[in-house]
Design a protein around this ligand. Structure first.
Ligand SMILES: C[S@@+](CC[C@H](N)C(=O)[O-])C[C@H]1O[C@@H](n2cnc3c(N)ncnc32)[C@H](O)[C@@H]1O
Length: 194
């Protein structure tokens, strides 16, 4: 039988997890998706990475761990309390740019910027501004989302929205997508042409 070892978490991981419990943040990305993101970020030397939905910084901690010295990572969240916490952990890292602001507005203002990997973990860039965000992925770059498996916390009507999003992603002529019934339900999409 194959042996699947748990991925070694980033250095900041346990302190962030503690903080998460302390403030009662219930929406952090899990370690499976974190480890996947770290691997994919590491596949992009000198990469330009975007995260929409910084949260408590758990997915950010995994991505930062895969980031080389010449890469840049921008992470956007509209909650100042969370951004303050995340700044305590990553504010000194010159590769990481943490933005407090509305994701939709940020996307509109940065349409001309292109990214090697976008992890969309907030409403904007997933259930809104999807076309705009997909246009910001470089050819050969990744667009990644999680939380696609039905969850008891989903409000009424969300399952339909998730199904529509999946259908839209499947129909894109310039992305090759893989849906994974794993972790919280992950989609990895790679852009093949503009
Ligand atoms: C699923 S959580 C992100 C979790 C994060 N990846 C982590 O590992 O901690 C979604 C985040 O999106 C943020 N958010 C919600 N609406 C937003 C908006 N319009 N613009 C920017 N961020 C938003 C929330 O504050 C929340 O932190």
């Amino acid at each position: 039988m194959n042996q699947f070892n748990l991925p070694k978490p980033p250095q900041t991981f346990s302190a962030l997890e503690k903080k998460c419990e302390e403030i009662g943040f219930t929406m952090p990305s899990d370690s499976e998706v974190g480890a996947l993101l770290r691997t994919l970020v590491a596949s992009k030397p000198s990469g330009n990475i975007l995260e929409l939905g910084t949260g408590i910084g758990l997915s950010l901690s995994w991505m930062a761990d895969g980031l080389d010295q010449n890469s840049q990572l921008t992470s956007v969240d509209n909650d100042p309390k969370l951004i303050n916490i995340v700044n305590e952990f990553f504010g000194e890292d010159s590769r990481i740019n943490i933005i407090c602001g509305d994701g939709a507005e940020w996307i509109q203002k940065h349409q001309s910027e292109k990214f090697d990997l976008i992890f969309s973990d907030a409403w904007p860039g997933k259930y809104s501004e999807l076309d705009e965000v997909l246009a910001m992925v470089k050819t050969g770059g990744f667009y990644i989302i999680d939380d696609m498996k039905p969850h008891p916390n989903w409000p009424e009507g969300h399952a339909e929205k998730a199904a529509n999003l999946m259908q839209k992603l499947e129909s894109l002529p310039n992305f090759v997508i893989t849906q994974m019934d794993w972790s919280t339900g992950v989609v990895v999409a790679t852009k093949t042409k503009v």
